[in-house]
Structures are given as structure tokens and as C-alpha cells.
Ligand binder design. Structure first.
Ligand SMILES: NC(=O)c1ccc[n+]([C@@H]2O[C@H](COP(=O)([O-])OP(=O)(O)OC[C@H]3O[C@@H](n4cnc5c(N)ncnc54)[C@H](O)[C@@H]3O)[C@@H](O)[C@H]2O)c1
Ligand SMILES: [Zn+2]
Length: 374
């Protein structure tokens, strides 16, 4: 099978780079549709619009409705047509960026993503996760092209609440765990094709950077500082994880995350990365990783305050029916869990989800972990 590598055309990251948006985006077009939700318009959207207008780029301001659904993408596409935009700019979290990708792709326009949090690896990829209006994952849309430009202003990102950065770290820590499984199984990347050495190396680097710098970056973020550690972790969450998952492949962690999105209840209050965090530890349990490897992950996740017990993910009182529902979705035909180097049944998933909780409780006891340590 042929190897495939995907990446954005240009990635620019730094403190206050938004001020240079006119110069970078001006190379792509002069009529921009800027998509951001109400909150993000206030914290960054209006500034961005002023910056673009000063560079003679006309701006059509659009408020994102909040869900990346087919209907929402079609609505924004119509607005873009009316405004005769030639470049689409998504500004905000993963859902806003995914919706902007859908619009740019439907109209064949240039695309810029400007994440205002480092909460996911959505900014660089050529895929959108499409949700039902009720918030369950419906499908993935794959595009022929990644974003033309990814602009990451680390000052904006460090001003966001730390929960976003931590969620992005969790999404990025899944990257190597999953890419390694795909490598072992000779599986395929999400858009089809075999992974490249480059894709795998980038995924592995994400893990290294995150184990080395996550805790320092989190402290910088809590104090709204842009340190080198913060820059490193933002790059790991965004660029390394983005290329790493797309060109390295997904396996069990994201499939289990998809199972979590399909059930009702408070689990919906968790972010994408938080659900992926539990899925990642569950994948390590499925893989029967030895004690030191499992403990290395659990120790970091606990220090970052990520959810690693059933109580943390609001499934403490879940019934077996709930667990099997999650597992059925996670093991559905076509799910990335089939990239694992061995066959995984829905019962294996249920045992590993419960096994994660059981083992983490043991870890906490052995390490004298108290909840206030978070
Ligand atoms: N396409 C991909 O490759 C890919 C990869 C990973 C995740 N995703 C998708 O990303 C989505 C999750 O993204 P998310 O976790 O960013 O959530 P989100 O997009 O739902 O955004 C969450 C909230 O963050 C707020 N926000 C944005 N910037 C902020 C800031 N600076 N300060 C404070 N609040 C801010 C927004 O107003 C929004 O209410 C999911 O839909 C997931 O499927 C896609
Ligand atoms: Zn993810």
C-alpha cells in the first residue's frame, strides 16, 4: 500500500502573531469570511477584523452557532457565497475550525485556521468531525487539502483557561499511543494509505515534548505567561499532534472517545481531550502495557488533573447496558479500533474501561494520592 503524508501548507506560531495576520492572509485573498462564536468575537474576532481591514482585506463577520453540523456548514456556505469571499478564516475552538474547513471545501476557497485555545489537534488537519444537532459524532468529512495557513497566537492561547491546554495535551498524548499501534498492525491512516516514517516520528516527538514540558507549560498558562515551555506544548498540541494523528493514524483511544459521545448524561460536560484521555489509558490497558509504562501515563494525567476514573467521567453509576453501548460504538465497523495489532471485541473494551478505573484506584492508594493534590 502507498504511504501518504498530510500537512498544512504553512504553520506560523508566536506571541502576538495575530498582528501579522494581514500580511499572511493577504497572500491568500482580499475578501475574508471570518467565522467565530460570540465569545471569541469579543476576545479576538473584532481585533482580527480591524487588523485585516487595515491591510485592505474586506471582512464578512459570521457568528458560529456552536455545533459543527451539516446544517451549520450549509448555512455559513450560503453567507460566504453572498459575500463573494475568497478566503475563509476559522477563529476559535475545534468545532469552529472544523465548520470553517467544511465551508472552504464546499466552495473551493483558501482556508486559514486560527485556534484561540490549544485544546485539540483540529487546526492543521484536512478532516472535520460532523455532529448531529444533539451532539453525537455523526461522521468524518475528509478534504483534498489541509488548511493553507495555520496561525497560532500564543498570547491569546495562554489567556484561555488552563482546562483547554490540558485537554489539548490529552488529545496530543493519544497521538503516539495510537500511531504506535497503527505502526505495529501495519494499519492505515484515517484518510487512507500507510503511515510515513515522518508521520510516525512527528507523533513520537509529541509524546516526548509533552512528558518533558506539560507541567511547566500548565503553570505558565495558569499565570497567563508565554514561556518557552508553553510555546513547546502549544506546538506539540497543535502541529505535532495534528500531523501525528493525521499522518500516523488513530486506533482505540479515539474510537472509545466516540463511544463516550454516544451516551446520554454528564459525560457530555467533558471536553474532547478529556474523553480521549480516558480512552488513551483504556488503550494502554487493552495493550497490556507493563506497570512502569502505565504508571508513567497515569502519574502525568493525575498531575494535570485529567479524568482517569469512572467517577471523573461521570460513569460511576453507569449500567452494563451503558458500557456495552459505548463499546458497541467503539468497535463498530470502520472504527479506528480495528487498527489495533490484535482483534478487539466489545467485551474487551468493557473490561478495559472498567479495568482502567480499578487500576487507577490502586495506583492512587499506592502513591498516597489525595484528591486535593490535583
Ligand atoms: N478535525 C479534527 O482533526 C479534529 C481533531 C480533534 C478534535 N476535533 C473536534 O474539535 C472539537 C472540540 O474542540 P474544543 O475542545 O476546542 O471545543 P469547542 O470547539 O466546542 O470550543 C469550546 C468553547 O471554547 C470557547 N473558547 C474558544 N477560545 C477561547 C478562549 N481563548 N478562552 C476561553 N474560551 C474560549 C468557545 O467559545 C467554545 O464555547 C470536537 O468537535 C472534536 O471532534 C477535530
Ligand atoms: Zn482528538
Amino acid at each position: 500500500m502507498e504511504k501518504v503524508f498530510l500537512s498544512p501548507s504553512r504553520y506560523v506560531q508566536g506571541k502576538d502573531v495575530i498582528k501579522k495576520a494581514g500580511a499572511y492572509i493577504g497572500k491568500l485573498g482580499n475578501r475574508a469570511l471570518v467565522l467565530a462564536d460570540k465569545f471569541v468575537w469579543n476576545i479576538a474576532g473584532n481585533d482580527l477584523a480591524n487588523i485585516l481591514e487595515r491591510s485592505d482585506i474586506r471582512v464578512e463577520k459570521v457568528a458560529f452557532g456552536g455545533e459543527c453540523s451539516k446544517m451549520e456548514i450549509d448555512r455559513i456556505t450560503e453567507l460566504s457565497k453572498k459575500a463573494c469571499s475568497n478566503v475563509v478564516i476559522g477563529l476559535g475552538g475545534g468545532k469552529t475550525l472544523d465548520a470553517a474547513k467544511g465551508v472552504a471545501n464546499q466552495l473551493g476557497l483558501f482556508l486559514t485556521t486560527i485556534p484561540t485555545t490549544a485544546s485539540t489537534d483540529a487546526p492543521t488537519s484536512a478532516v472535520s468531525v460532523i455532529y448531529t444537532d444533539k451532539g453525537a459524532v455523526e461522521s468524518y468529512r475528509f478534504y483534498n487539502k489541509n488548511p493553507d495557513l495555520v496561525l497560532v497566537d500564543t498570547r491569546i492561547i495562554t489567556n484561555a483557561p488552563p482546562r483547554f491546554l490540558v485537554s489539548g495535551i490529552a488529545d496530543a498524548l493519544a497521538t503516539w499511543v495510537e500511531a504506535r499501534a497503527v505502526k505495529q498492525s501495519h494499519g492505515q491512516i484515517v484518510s487512507g494509505g500507510a503511515p510515513t516514517i515522518a508521520g510516525q516520528a512527528i507523533a513520537e516527538k509529541a509524546e516526548q515534548v509533552l512528558f518533558e514540558y506539560s507541567l511547566q507549560a500548565l503553570e505558565a498558562n495558569k499565570n497567563k505567561l508565554v514561556t518557552s515551555a508553553l510555546e513547546s506544548v502549544v506546538e506539540a498540541n497543535t502541529l505535532l499532534s495534528g500531523i501525528g494523528f493525521e499522518s500516523g493514524g488513530l486506533a482505540a483511544a479515539h474510537a472509545i472517545h466516540n463511544g463516550f459521545t454516544a451516551i446520554d448524561g454528564n459525560i457530555h460536560h467533558l471536553t474532547h481531550g478529556e474523553k480521549v484521555a480516558y480512552g488513551t489509558i483504556t488503550q494502554l490497558v487493552l495493550e497490556n502495557k507493563p506497570l512502569n509504562e502505565l504508571d508513567r501515563y497515569i502519574g502525568l494525567y493525575l498531575q494535570l488533573g485529567l479524568p482517569v476514573t469512572l467517577k471523573d467521567i461521570y460513569l460511576e453509576n453507569a449500567t452494563d447496558e451503558d458500557f456495552y453501548k459505548i463499546a458497541e460504538i467503539a468497535t463498530a465497523e470502520g472504527e479506528s479500533i480495528h487498527n489495533m495489532p490484535f482483534k478487539v471485541t466489545s467485551d474487551d473494551v468493557v473490561q478495559a474501561i472498567k479495568g482502567t478505573d480499578a487500576y487507577v484506584k490502586n495506583y492512587k492508594k499506592r502513591h498516597g494520592w489525595r484528591e486535593e493534590q490535583k
